[in-house]
Every structure is written in structure tokens, then in C-alpha cells.
Design a protein around this ligand. Structure first.
Ligand SMILES: [Zn+2]
Length: 339
């Protein structure tokens, strides 16, 4: 069982009408958990269409923007996707695990209009639903890993193939979206997506977690959809920019977007509490600055079990947030090695 997970119901069990049922639960974060419990059990923002997609809940966060919640299918990280309904086109940011008819839900919310689909990064919880959409955009440095998700076997690890039962979360295996090839289009940092009538969404590089992790700045709503900014990952074979998987690269991205903080007042991450104030970016920047000054000054060090084996992970606390997770070999760009 992956580290940090348990197979008992948490103390503050979250009631849910979703078709997914967790077998393995992540740890209860002290602030995130009660936030999610209150939001999911009591919020009037919630829209649930079980006849279309019984695996997601949509929360209307702005007049034309929804945060779409899906439970983790593999034990780690219930995830947020985002949908923006622009004047001519809609834009979906991330596609979840690929269980349930997300495309049908998008059509229910915005009607039948042209849809741009973009990913923050290639991870299972953000990109495994891409198959439903034919074409996806991402940062150009994310393309090598994104191409690896265009594979009919990506969902194999989620269930036992004899019993066809979920391993981490119980779900109907027949609800996995049929595999279809997907065209992956890499775009440069700060690429502008035009949703019509001057409505712009800009790709904001926030690399570190992966080589091309990106946020998206909705300039009309003044919100930054931030993706996963709390951990620095390892470069993977094929990455063209391994130096992006470092604390230094993440720091430089935070520094660049913090200079533009008057352009957004809400931060919407890939996991956890929604609509955080923009100063969260400053707090993340401060944490990365402290790591760069003295990488050994971590607040915690622990071991987590990855499919590749145990890895030592340092944590530097983020004010009002969780922590930046990093590895002592992935701090400075000069230390990054290309495979
Ligand atoms: Zn991720």
C-alpha cells in the first residue's frame, strides 16, 4: 500500500452520493479536510448530474466557471478540474482519471460549443480522461510525458483484472472511458487561448512538480488555476527540460507570477481548498526561497514508497498552506541531469 494511506474510514467521513467509493483513504489534512467536508456536504454551489456523470460534482465558482471534483481513483489526491464558459468557446482544464462521462457533463454545463482542452500536467489524476476529447494542449516541456498517457493500459493499475474490482477506490470498470488516440499539442509559456470576444486564458509555467506543469490565468475572472505547486518531482526519461524539475525552477516561476499578482485575486489549485487569496503564491515563493538558501533546513524529512521504491522527501512548510516537498538532489538547476 502506498505510504501515507490507510484502509479505514477517516474520523470525519465525508458523505457522498458519487458512484465511486473509497477503499483506501488519504490522511486527513487538518484544514483541507473540514473545508472539503463542509463544501461537499452543505454547499449550495454544488451541481450533481448522476444520470450523466455520477463520478463528479461541479461547483459554480464564478458566473461562467466551475470547479469539477472527482474522487481519487488510486488513493492519492481527490482532484479538481476546471471549466470556463467563454463567449464563443469553452475551456476545460484537466480531465481527471477518465472514469465517467466528463464530456457529457461539460456539454450539460456549457451546451454544445467548441471546447478547448488543456492539461496542467500529465499525471493520472489530471490527464487520464483525455481520451474523450481527441485533442489536448499543454506546455511544450510536458509533451514527452503527456504522449506516454496516450496508451490504452493507463487504467490497468486501478483495478484487479480477475475480479474487475477497484483496488484503491471501488468503481464500475465499465465506466472507464473508451481509449481513443489523442493529439497532444505543446505550446510555449504564456501562450494565449482565445475563447472569443477578447476573452483570454494564458498558460502560466509553474514547473517543478513536472517539467511542464502549468497554471492557467483566466484574465476575465482574475483567477489563476494553479495545478500542483506543492511538490518538486523527478525528471522522467524523455524529458527535454530536466532542469525544470527543481526547486530553483519552481521558485523562478513563482517569482514571475507573483510580480503579476494584481492580475488575479483567486487561486484554484489541483487539490484542496478553492479560491485561495493570491498571497498564497507569495507564501509558496517564500518557502522556495528558504529552501534555496539552505536546502538542509527542511522542516521534516520522511520516506515515501513510490512504485520505483522508497524515496527520501524533504518538506519545507508553506505559511497558511501545506509544504513544498523536494529531494535534496533536485534543488538547483545546475544539478539536474539529462537522461
Ligand atoms: Zn501531479
Amino acid at each position: 500500500m502506498p505510504g501515507n494511506l490507510k484502509n479505514t474510514k477517516p474520523n470525519r467521513y465525508i458523505k457522498s452520493d458519487l458512484k465511486s467509493h473509497k477503499i483506501i483513504w488519504e490522511a486527513e489534512h487538518p484544514c483541507r479536510w473540514p473545508y472539503m467536508k463542509i463544501l461537499r456536504e452543505f454547499s449550495t454551489l454544488k451541481e450533481f448530474y448522476p444520470d450523466i456523470d455520477p463520478y463528479v460534482e461541479a461547483y459554480k465558482m464564478r458566473d461562467n466557471m466551475w470547479a469539477i471534483f472527482e474522487e481519487s481513483m488510486d488513493g492519492v489526491g481527490d482532484v479538481w478540474m476546471y471549466l470556463i464558459d467563454g463567449p464563443e468557446k469553452a475551456m476545460l482544464i484537466d480531465t481527471g482519471f477518465g472514469v465517467g462521462d466528463l464530456k457529457g457533463l461539460v456539454e450539460k454545463l456549457v451546451g454544445k460549443k467548441e471546447l478547448i482542452v488543456a492539461n496542467t500536467h500529465h499525471h493520472f489524476d489530471h490527464a487520464y480522461g483525455n481520451s474523450q476529447f481527441g485533442k489536448v494542449y499543454c506546455h511544450e516541456a510536458e509533451v514527452p510525458q503527456m504522449l506516454k498517457t496516450v496508451d490504452p493500459h493507463i487504467w490497468d493499475y486501478l483495478y484487479d483484472h480477475e475480479t474487475r474490482k477497484g483496488i484503491y477506490t471501488d468503481f464500475d470498470v465499465d465506466d472507464i472511458v473508451p481509449f481513443e488516440p489523442v493529439e497532444v499539442i505543446g505550446v510555449k509559456a504564456n501562450h494565449i487561448f482565445d475563447l472569443g470576444d477578447g476573452y483570454e486564458v494564458e498558460l502560466i509555467p509553474l514547473v517543478g512538480h513536472t517539467a511542464g506543469m502549468s497554471g492557467y490565468l483566466d484574465k476575465h475572472n482574475h483567477v489563476l488555476i494553479a495545478g500542483d505547486i506543492t511538490g518538486v518531482g523527478k525528471p522522467k526519461p524523455g524529458d527535454t527540460h530536466p532542469e525544470n524539475c527543481t526547486v530553483e525552477a519552481l521558485h523562478d516561476c513563482f517569482e514571475a507570477i507573483w510580480k503579476r499578482h494584481d492580475e488575479f485575486d483567486g487561486v484554484f489549485p489541483g487539490h484542496g481548498a478553492l479560491d485561495q487569496t493570491n498571497v498564497m503564491i507569495k507564501y509558496h515563493l517564500d518557502a522556495t526561497e528558504r529552501i534555496l538558501k539552505d536546502p538542509e533546513s527542511y522542516d521534516e524529512i520522511g520516506e515515501i514508497i513510490r512504485p520505483s521504491g522508497p524515496v527520501k522527501v524533504c518538506k519545507k512548510y508553506v505559511q497558511q498552506g501545506t509544504a513544498i516537498r523536494y529531494d535534496l538532489n533536485s534543488v538547483y538547476k545546475k544539478d539536474a541531469v539529462k537522461d
